[in-house]
Design a binder for this molecule. Structure first.
Ligand SMILES: [Zn+2]
Length: 247
C-alpha cells in the first residue's frame, strides 16, 4: 500500500499522522497512564512495532532509548549547564537536539556511513586524540562491529579520565557467540537476530569492557527508577541494561 502513495504526499501524510497521534494518544504528563521521558509527554498508549518493542508515537523512542535518556538525566551530570566534549555514535535522532543544547558546541555526532552526522568515523580507528571526550554515548553499535574489542579499546582511549561512557548492547544469549566466517545476511539473521549483526552478546559482554581497562557498572532500570516509573515508561526486559564506564 505504502508504495502506491506518491512521494510528494508523504510529508503531508506524516504530518497528519502526527496530528492524529497528538489528538488521540498524547495527554498531560502527570495524568496519563504512560510517560515518555525523551519528549516529556504523557501517553494513552504506545505504538507496538515488530519484536514487540513499544515506541513513543511522537519521538519514536524505543524502550532502550527511554532507559538511556532517564539514566542520562538522573544519574549523570550531563544537564548541569556545563559545556562538554561529547561523542554520540550512531546518534538517536530524538536525542540530538537536546544533547546538543545540553553540552554545547563540543557535541559531535558520528557514524561510519550515515549521511546526517557531523563526522564520518570508523569506531575502530577514531580520529580524535587520547583523553579527548568527557562523554561518550554508544548504543546498539558494537554488535555490528566485527572487531568490537578494538572499538571498545578506542572508546577507552578517547575518553577522558573523569569522564564517562554510556554503552548499550542487546544481551540476548547465555554467552557471547560470534563467527567471522558467517557473512551471509540470512545466516546472520538466523543466528544473530539481524542481517547486519555479527554476534550475539551474553552477560559476559562486561568482560570485554573490563579487558579494555574500563571501570564498568551494569545498571538496570530498577537500580534508579521506581516501579511506577518503570511501568509508566514501559521498560521491560527489552530495554536491557546500561553499561556505565569510566577510566
Ligand atoms: Zn517520546
Amino acid at each position: 500500500m505504502r508504495h502506491l502513495i506518491p512521494d510528494i504526499l508523504k510529508p503531508y501524510l506524516r504530518s497528519l499522522r502526527k496530528l492524529y497521534y497528538m489528538m488521540v494518544y498524547v495527554r498531560a504528563p502527570k495524568s496519563a497512564a504512560y510517560y515518555c521521558p525523551v519528549c516529556n509527554v504523557g501517553l494513552r498508549r504506545w505504538v507496538i512495532i515488530t519484536w514487540e518493542d513499544t515506541v513513543c508515537c511522537l519521538c519514536s523512542s524505543s524502550e532502550r532509548n527511554r532507559l538511556a535518556w532517564w539514566f542520562l538525566e538522573r544519574r549523570t551530570p550531563l544537564f548541569d549547564g556545563k559545556q562538554r566534549k561529547m561523542l554520540h555514535i550512531a546518534p538517536e535522532e530524538q536525542f540530538v537536539n537536546r544533547l546538543s543544547a545540553a553540552v554545547g558546541p563540543g557535541y559531535i555526532t558520528a557514524d561510519l556511513l550515515a549521511p546526517r552526522v557531523m563526522v564520518h568515523m570508523d569506531i575502530t580507528k577514531i580520529q580524535y586524540g587520547d583523553n579527548f571526550f568527557d562523554v561518550i554515548f554508544c548504543s546498539h553499535v558494537l554488535e555490528h562491529v566485527p572487531n568490537d574489542r578494538l572499538a571498545i579499546k578506542e572508546l577507552g582511549r578517547v575518553l577522558k579520565p573523569g569522564g564517562f561512557a554510556v554503552i548499550q548492547v542487546p544481551i540476548v544469549a547465555d554467552t557471547t557467540f560470534e563467527d567471522p566466517s558467517i557473512i551471509d545476511p540470512r545466516e546472520r539473521l538466523r543466528l544473530f537476530g539481524q542481517e547486519d549483526h555479527v554476534r550475539v552478546y551474553g552477560p559476559d559482554f562486561i568482560i570485554r569492557l573490563k579487558d579494555a581497562g574500563l571501570n564498568v557498572q551494569k545498571i538496570s532500570a530498577s537500580d534508579f527508577l521506581g516501579p511506577e516509573e518503570i511501568a509508566r515508561g514501559h521498560l521491560t526486559k527489552l530495554s536491557g541494561d546500561i553499561f556505565y564506564c569510566t577510566k
